[in-house]
Design a protein around this ligand. Structure first.
Ligand code: UN1
Length: 497
């Protein structure tokens, strides 16, 4: 087999070992015999070295004209296009999701990188008239400095790119700590950045656990922005730590996304949507459909179609093009999913398909569970309320549109929601009244595009949005500039009153 590939940290343009001298393994969740690589088990000292490098590089990078920064990002995007297949194959090996989806994940990073490269020639501010004569007013975006990123394993390159590309185009420098389950994808991105001309120190990567490194990533005084995607529980801690020193934080956290199906919906289309929303990425998306609520008049027919299709989904190693659902990311996540299945049964929901860990043959080498559907899920149940992050769909029913809206909003989270209906009035009413950051009509709860804001309400986020120009608001601050060319002292609110 040969020695496993050893990945180093990327600090100040160099690949370096951790000061700890320790490493950890990254194994394929579909086949734990497959060692993807060995990564540095970093220490806070490593993080601080990366932040120092980023702080030093910031002095020059912020002065590189934004269109020039954009040209470099454009080269990065071109390279990602060329290497899309290699990146995606490696990503399926480290994350487990099927190859079609990892290609999508890489494409999302490509889209984001081109999009932000283009922003290099926009980054619009505004001019507006002054209330005084012979005075000129304008706003410009200014970068903040070093940004720390703590990124999740479910979108190993897309989510890092959502944070990196807008930060870089605005003129910030970055330190990223990828999830311990999926560091290889970020290492690949670092290599591309290095080879396509991003100057040393502008992007840095330190691998290791969030528990060990989080404090340094957040509390080092040079860090001005912390962007985190992960659980609400950890996000709350990040938010509290940032608040003390007034650091900006952008948090993308949990979801308990709902698909509403009205009695006039195209049921086959709604079944397609629910399957993709609930079982795509093995349910491990913040945007995954985990609640399906169906009008009573069509519930039985929809559920029977859904169950028939869920039973047929081919589960296995995502490198096999015919496989439709991969494993859970790791043993811990598999156990969480299985424990929620037990909770659902105990709470009195009806398990209509799935519910078991998959065993035998190649399944024994990975963390596989069946696509699972519960019916009779009520609003009191934990499987209605809590994010599971696995292929478990809870189905409930309603009698009226108003009840559907009330049920949709009955969650602590607010990322994504969808409605299937042919009634334009109901579609628009739901668009207005379901309180989420993302809403779909006749489409599943997953599938956000990079040029629209991404994020959620309530316990999903802290008011910021990723992607689109909304991301520029996270990675720049407004400066309002007044230029008085009258040659005299003009006092606002006084001399013109
Ligand atoms: C996530 O679920 O963490 O909208 C990100 C989607 C993807 C991104 C999901 N484009 O489902």
């Amino acid at each position: 087999m040969g020695d496993p590939k050893v990945f180093k940290n990327f600090i100040n343009g160099k690949w370096v070992e951790s000061k700890s001298g320790k490493t950890f393994e990254n194994r394929n969740p579909a086949d734990t015999d497959d060692l993807v690589g060995v990564f540095q088990k970093s220490t806070p000292d490593d993080v601080n070295a990366a932040i120092d490098a980023a702080a030093k590089a910031y002095k020059k990078w912020r002065l590189v004209p934004a269109p020039r920064r954009g040209e470099i990002l454009y080269q990065v995007a071109n390279r990602l296009v060329k290497e899309k297949e290699a990146i995606s194959q490696q990503m399926t090996r480290e994350m487990g999701k099927i190859i079609k989806e990892t290609r999508g994940d890489t494409q999302e990073a490509i889209d984001m990188t081109y999009y932000m490269a283009g922003e290099g020639r926009r980054l619009f501010g505004m001019t507006t008239p002054s209330e005084m004569a012979n005075k000129f007013n304008m706003t410009i975006r200014q970068p903040l400095g070093v940004c720390s990123f703590i990124t999740p394993w479910n979108f190993p390159i897309a989510i890092p790119s959502w944070k990196m590309m807008p930060a870089l185009i605005c003129g910030n420098t970055i330190v990223i700590k990828p999830a311990t389950d999926t560091p290889a994808s970020v290492a690949y991105l670092m290599k591309v950045c290095e080879e396509e001309g991003i100057p040393p120190g502008v992007v840095n990567m330190v691998t290791g656990s969030g528990g060990a490194l989080g404090d340094a990533l957040i509390n080092n005084p040079a860090v001005k922005v912390v962007s985190f995607t992960g659980s609400t529980e950890v996000g709350r801690k990040v938010s509290e730590a940032c608040a003390t020193n007034f650091k900006h934080s952008c948090l993308e956290m949990g979801g308990k996304n709902v698909q509403i199906v009205m009695d006039d919906a195209d049921i086959d289309l709604a079944v397609d949507g629910a399957l993709w929303g609930a079982f795509g990425t093995t349910g491990q998306r913040c945007t995954a459909t985990s609640r399906l609520i169906i009008h009573k008049a069509v519930a039985d027919s929809m559920v029977s179609k859904l169950v028939e299709r869920a039973k047929k989904l081919k589960v296995g190693n995502g490198l096999d093009e015919s496989v439709e659902m991969g494993p859970c990311i790791n043993q811990g996540q598999l156990e969480t999913v299985l424990s929620y299945i037990e909770i659902g049964k105990k709470e009195g929901a009806t398990l209509v398909t799935g519910g078991e860990k998959l065993t035998g043959g190649d399944y024994d080498k990975g963390f596989f569970v069946q696509p699972t559907v519960f019916t009779g899920v009520t609003q009191q149940m934990r499987i209605w309320k809590e994010e599971i992050f696995g292929p478990v769909l809870g189905v409930g029913t309603f009698d009226s549109f108003d009840q559907a809206i009330e049920m949709a909003n009955d969650t602590a989270y607010g990322l994504s929601a969808s409605i299937y209906t042919r009634d334009v009035n109901k579609a628009y009413t739901a668009m207005r009244d379901v309180y989420t950051g993302i809403f779909y009509v006749n489409a599943p709860t997953i599938g956000a595009e990079t040029h629209l804001p991404f994020g959620g309400t309530k316990e999903t986020g802290n008011g910021h949005r990723e992607a689109a120009t909304a991301a520029l608001d996270v990675f720049s601050e407004w400066k309002s500039i007044y230029v008085d060319f009258s040659g005299a002292l003009q006092r606002a609110q006084i001399d013109n009153a």
